[in-house]
Design a protein around this ligand. Structure first.
Ligand code: HEC
Length: 145
């Protein structure tokens, strides 16, 4: 219930805000709390993208990819500011693949889109293994390294 309440009050506001268009650079995440919102949006958007891609809903995939590119930029900026080289690299790699998905969809290249989705999801896993932790209350936090 705790999670549901959190999602409805905080994450949903964020998701609605980002779903309208591009994330303004003013929303580049700075605090751990900002970052949590970014990651929730990243999870929701990549889930939506994969579902839309499987359903061949090209316009929806294009919109999701555009959103993912903006979220990935925020991810890169966050880790750059925290001077964490490997995380910055994974975030940059996820930006590369999100951009490639956007291009592939624009060119109606489903195979390239699928390939880059796979590569994109790999970058999520690499970073989560090292930097994602679960707090005692079950929520995700940034791992103290
Ligand atoms: C450069 C590092 C990095 C990359 C790349 C990355 N993440 Fe994360 N992610 C994190 C960290 C650190 C956390 C834990 C922080 C938090 O949730 O507050 C996290 C948390 C999450 C959460 C849990 C959010 C919550 O609190 O419920 C989701 C979902 C998520 N990431 C999805 C993704 C997806 C999908 C991708 C790839 C498309 C991705 N992430 C890429 C670092 C990363």
């Amino acid at each position: 219930m705790r999670v549901v309440r959190f999602v409805s009050l905080t994450a949903l506001t964020w998701l609605l805000a980002v779903s309208f268009s591009v994330v303004p650079s003013a929303q580049t995440p700075k605090t751990d709390e900002d970052y949590d919102k970014l990651m929730k949006a990243m999870g929701a958007t990549s889930g939506s993208l994969r579902k839309n891609l499987a359903a061949n809903a090209t316009d929806a995939v294009a919109a999701d990819a555009k959103k993912l590119v903006e979220l990935a930029k925020g991810n890169v900026e966050f880790w750059k500011a925290r001077k964490t080289a490997d995380a910055t690299e994974w975030a940059t790699s996820s930006l590369t693949h999100a951009t490639a998905i956007e291009k592939a969809v624009a060119g109606k290249d489903v195979a390239a889109a699928n390939e880059n989705v796979k590569l994109l999801m790999g970058t999520c896993g690499s970073c989560h293994t090292k930097y994602r932790d679960k707090a005692a209350d079950g929520t995700y936090i940034i791992k103290k390294t």
